[in-house]
Ligand binder design. Sequence first.
Ligand SMILES: Cc1cc2nc3c(=O)[nH]c(=O)nc-3n(C[C@H](O)[C@H](O)[C@H](O)COP(=O)(O)O)c2cc1C
Length: 168
Amino acid sequence: MKSIAIIYGSTTDNTKDAADLIAKKLADYSPVLKDIADVSPEEFLEPDVLILGCPTWSIGELQDDWDTFYPDIKKLDLKGKTVALFGMGDSSGYPDTFADAIGTLYDEFAKTGCTFVGEVSTDGYSFDDSTALRDGKFVGLPLDNDNESNLTDSRVGAWVNSLKQYLD
Ligand SMILES: Cc1cc2nc3c(=O)[nH]c(=O)nc-3n(C[C@H](O)[C@H](O)[C@H](O)COP(=O)(O)O)c2cc1C
């Protein structure tokens, strides 16, 4: 069984709650849960699998604590690590920049040599544009507690199940 760290940033706790939910659904794997505000770059090198959460703030921008960490990302050597991304957004209030933070992290972590898993179909989402799209799919799991909190549990459940093939 692989070692897992769930690392999230969160300003108003929606992404924190999603990280808790992911940890609960992966309890059999004993994941470590960390706030990016308290994480050093070296801690990214410890687990086999990194599940990283960042909400989108300030019209398409990273959440503040991730923003602070951002310059250090490209210095990491994550070859051999598996990375899955998730994040909160507001598809109704910010339909042109929905969950853009997932796309920003994807581009930056791509420089580390990691392997991404956990892409998600756009089926069931209503938005106009997102930088988290590659070839018509989200490169991670977007969640929207502002408008669709009733879908969060099932979206997280389906996503976590899709990740399990990479965790044994
Ligand atoms: C000022 C402001 C700007 C925002 N900008 C975006 C945005 O560009 N795209 C998006 O999808 N969501 C945007 N959001 C919505 C947040 O991502 C959403 O409320 C999220 O749940 C916050 O996550 P957190 O509680 O983990 O910090 C914005 C919210 C606010 C208040």
